[in-house]
Design a protein around this ligand. Structure first.
Ligand SMILES: NC(=O)c1ccc[n+]([C@@H]2O[C@H](COP(=O)([O-])OP(=O)(O)OC[C@H]3O[C@@H](n4cnc5c(N)ncnc54)[C@H](OP(=O)(O)O)[C@@H]3O)[C@@H](O)[C@H]2O)c1
Length: 244
């Protein structure tokens, strides 16, 4: 895909991969719009990075997703790229009765929101030059970490949805990408840590962004970055190694 002169909505742009992608796209002369729940983060980013457009939205809320799209097409009708990036990662012990509120919030954020937003914007995008939908899945889509079964299932489902969406949009100009990150050093999963600033480690965000941009530039529609590639190639073998 072309990497300049786009108008791009990135869900979950207040930290990690979403924020780094936003800054990279901004550097490349795109109009960049980010959304997230944390108003103070959005305000900080707007001040620190003039030109990045911010909008408060909880993508786990159906009505807020609809309002986001309405606001977007009204105020930024040139929008031609959607990045479904917002995500949460929770630990779920399936040997005990599951807290379905948590389970549903993870599925709503990681899976229902990308499905809904893609469907709400598909017609709009289909008449735009250089249009693309970029879904951020995970290496864990291919080989799950068993202590976070719902998270991994949502990512496996995003892989599947990306295949179907690409097929459904094949007669349009909308390119559908799936970028599967490996472990990347971000705030992901910080809700479950006592020190909220502590990361689970992994590939530096900048290195991941280099890989993701390379995939987008080369129309690599299903790009597993770094060790996510191995998880895709050797899923059964690595499942045992990862979980034992
Ligand atoms: N880091 C990794 O190791 C890794 C590996 C594979 C895949 N991924 C995927 O990469 C994507 C980005 O994660 P990250 O690593 O950059 O983590 P992160 O630093 O925690 O960023 C997550 C982003 O999602 C936003 N978000 C979460 N729930 C939201 C909601 N309900 N509504 C709107 N925004 C929401 C957060 O914003 P607010 O909190 O402000 O709402 C934040 O901007 C996720 O889909 C994740 O699953 C990450």
């Amino acid at each position: 895909m072309q990497l300049t002169n786009n108008t791009i909505l990135i869900t979950g742009g207040t930290s990690g991969i979403g924020l780094a992608l936003a800054l990279e796209f901004k550097k490349r002369d795109n109009t960049v719009i980010i959304c997230g729940r944390r108003q103070e983060r959005l305000d900080e980013i707007a001040v620190k990075h003039p030109g990045i457009i911010t909008h408060t939205c909880d993508v786990a809320d159906e009505q807020q997703r609809e309002e986001l799209v309405q606001w977007l097409v009204t105020n930024y009708p040139d929008t031609n790229v959607l990045v479904n990036n917002a995500g949460i990662q929770l630990i779920t012990d399936l040997t005990k009765p599951a807290d379905l509120k948590r389970v549903r919030s993870e599925i709503e954020t990681n899976l229902v929101a990308p499905i809904h937003l893609s469907s709400l914007l598909a017609t709009h995008l289909s008449v735009k030059n250089g249009a693309a939908i970029i879904n951020i899945s995970s290496g864990l889509a291919f080989a799950p970490l068993a202590f976070m079964p719902v998270y991994c299932a949502t990512k496996a489902a995003i892989h599947s949805v990306s295949l179907s969406l690409r097929h459904q949009l094949k007669d349009t100009h909308v390119k559908v990408f799936e970028i599967a990150p490996p472990a990347v050093d971000t705030e992901l999963g910080h809700d479950r840590r006592e020190d909220k600033n502590q990361s689970h480690g992994g590939m530096p965000v900048d290195e991941f962004i280099t890989g993701a941009i390379d995939a987008l530039q080369n129309d690599n529609y299903e790009a597993a970055i770094g060790q996510a590639g191995q998880l895709r190639e050797k899923r059964e073998l690595l499942f045992d190694m990862m979980n034992n």
